[in-house]
Design a binder for this molecule. Structure first.
Ligand SMILES: [Zn+2]
Ligand SMILES: [Zn+2]
Length: 298
């Protein structure tokens, strides 16, 4: 999966799949939000307002904001009872039909995630650290969801709980196959926009092509650095990137290797410690921003 972004045809499109507007608890109208991301040079956006009764179960029709260089994917952040913290689940569903049915009688978060997958969505476990999700929560959704939110700008800015890799890595070590994506979860009440995004490799910048690529793991995520390529030659992994200060591979438990040098654009990292298992690649720049590959199964 982690190499798919660099082996599949097409080009990279930059997008954010988790963001809110005045259709739920965001500060800006859908029109403003879509235009803000388009003006920042994003190729696509999924507006994911809270799918709650109090907001009228919105799947906001953002199709009117599509231009020749910018597309939108319909979606929502789904909520239903109940995670291990006795709170509503937050489940990101990117790629929902506009008439996705409201929460049904007795429907749980797990049921709702399954219904979203069946409706065609790319489904993610949102902000696990902010929600204090446990491994049991992860297991409940692991066979259903496609992906884990490994970075959330809003949670990072507002309470320094932006990480999701702790949950992804534990699920990977149990044998689950999930990818990891970065997103803003912007509400535009704090500096929570344009901080973490996906780079999706697709043939076209259309919702259909982007969603298929996301489900196939053809993306990496970033807060700044560009990953140009990741390739494997025997026992060595090579990563090429924009100038960074370090690169690392992490895997099961505490397994990790690191190479660093100022302005580094290429690094060769040994894979021996990850043989027959999974690993993830990251590059880090001098300001502390990173880019994440998807998990690689060796
Ligand atoms: Zn949420
Ligand atoms: Zn959200």
């Amino acid at each position: 999966m982690g190499l798919a972004a660099f082996q599949s045809p097409g080009r990279f499109y930059r997008g954010n799949i988790h963001t809110h507007s005045t259709r739920s608890d965001g500060a800006l109208t859908p029109d403003f939000v879509c235009k803000a991301y388009a003006e920042k040079g994003y190729d696509f956006l999924c507006l994911s307002d809270h799918f709650l009764e109090q907001y009228g179960y919105p799947v906001v029709d953002t199709a009117t904001y599509r231009t020749e260089s910018f597309t939108t994917i319909l979606g929502a952040e789904l909520h239903a009872p109940e995670n291990s913290q006795k709170e509503l689940w937050h489940i990101l569903a990117c790629g929902l039909p506009g008439d996705f049915a409201p929460l049904g009688e007795g429907e749980t978060g797990v049921d709702l995630a399954r219904r979203a997958v069946e409706a065609g969505a790319f489904v993610g476990i949102a902000h696990p650290q902010w929600s204090s999700l446990t491994i049991e929560d992860g297991r409940a959704l692991a066979g259903i969801a496609h992906t884990v939110e490994i970075y959330n700008t809003g949670c990072d800015v507002e309470n320094v709980r932006g990480d999701g890799t702790y949950l992804l890595d534990q699920l990977l070590s149990e044998g689950h196959r999930l990818t990891g994506y970065a997103a803003d979860d912007a509400h535009f009440k704090t500096p929570d926009a344009f901080g973490g995004w996906m780079m999706v490799k697709a043939e076209d910048n259309t919702p259909e092509a982007l969603l298929a690529a996301m489900k196939a793991g053809q993306f990496y995520s970033s807060r700044g650095p560009v990953i140009e390529d990741i390739s494997i030659d025997g026992e060595t992994l090579r990563v090429r990137s924009s100038p960074v200060s370090g690169a690392c591979i992490v895997g099961r438990g505490s397994r990790a290797v690191y190479r660093g040098a100022p302005g580094m654009v290429e690094a060769d990292l040994p894979l021996e410690r990850f043989a027959g298992d999974w690993c993830r690649v990251m590059v880090m720049d001098e300001t502390g921003r990173q880019a994440w590959s998807n998990p690689i199964h060796l």
